[in-house]
Design a binder for this molecule. Structure first.
Ligand code: SF4
Length: 221
């Protein structure tokens, strides 16, 4: 039943919005850099930071690893919180070089659970970022949870208001076919409906999910 409802939500969102073409990024490394930079900012700002790195011909693990953190911060300034994010990128690179010889290909051999734990051990990489890296850079069957996911799931009675990250992730992972492409598209569609309709003040009128049972309260999500 829950699985059917989740697939119905997916179908309705996809029919309305179509493919979202996530995650933007030409290489696996660029996707990872984007996942770290997008914390607490919008994608347009991340794109400017990524453009700066590419224009400086620095979009490669060994090049950013060798770069001074202050220079990295200067280049990613458009992404906001640039000093913090420069250190996060450096933390990731330090971990990659210490544990995997700087080779992203090395990570392909690591099972998903272990890789998630390793990523979470990097200071500044939280669950959403780790899961975005797993799903978008490594095609792992991991559902990415964020505030949009929580809002739609709570308002449609799929979880309680106090559901945490793991519970929300479990909702999708245990009720949907384990398919990285489905998880990818589903998350992007939830972000889309969350931005356009399921905002803190829900705009249910005209929303693709309007005909499904829902309660737009509470409004503090
Ligand atoms: S805006 Fe309303 S109908 Fe749309 S997803 Fe949110 S609660 Fe559901």
């Amino acid at each position: 039943m829950t699985g059917e409802r989740l697939m119905e939500i997916y179908r309705l969102l996809f029919e309305r919005f179509g493919p979202q073409h996530w995650w933007p990024g030409q290489t696996r490394f660029e996707i990872i850099v984007g996942a770290i930079l997008t914390q607490n900012t919008n994608w347009t700002n991340v794109e400017k930071a990524i453009s700066n790195l590419k224009a400086a011909n620095l979009m490669a693990p060994h090049k950013l690893h060798a770069l001074e953190v202050a220079e990295l911060a200067r280049l990613i300034r458009p992404a906001g919180y640039f000093n913090i994010k420069a250190r996060r990128l450096k933390n990731f690179l330090h971990w990659l070089f210490e544990n995997h010889a700087g080779l992203l290909e090395d990570l392909e051999q690591v099972d998903t659970r272990s890789l998630r734990e390793e990523l979470l051990s990097v200071k500044g990489i939280g669950r959403e970022t780790a899961d975005a890296v797993l799903l978008y850079a490594f095609d792992r069957e991991v559902f990415v949870v964020d505030a949009y996911t929580a809002r739609v799931a709570v308002r449609h009675g799929l979880v309680d208001l106090d559901a945490g990250y793991e519970q929300l992730q479990e909702l999708f992972e245990s009720n949907l076919p384990p398919d990285a492409r489905l998880f990818n598209e589903y998350h992007a569609l939830l972000v889309r409906v969350g931005k356009e309709f399921c905002r803190p003040q829900a705009r249910c009128s005209g929303c693709p999910l309007e005909r499904l049972p829902h309660d737009f309260q509470p409004s503090d999500l």
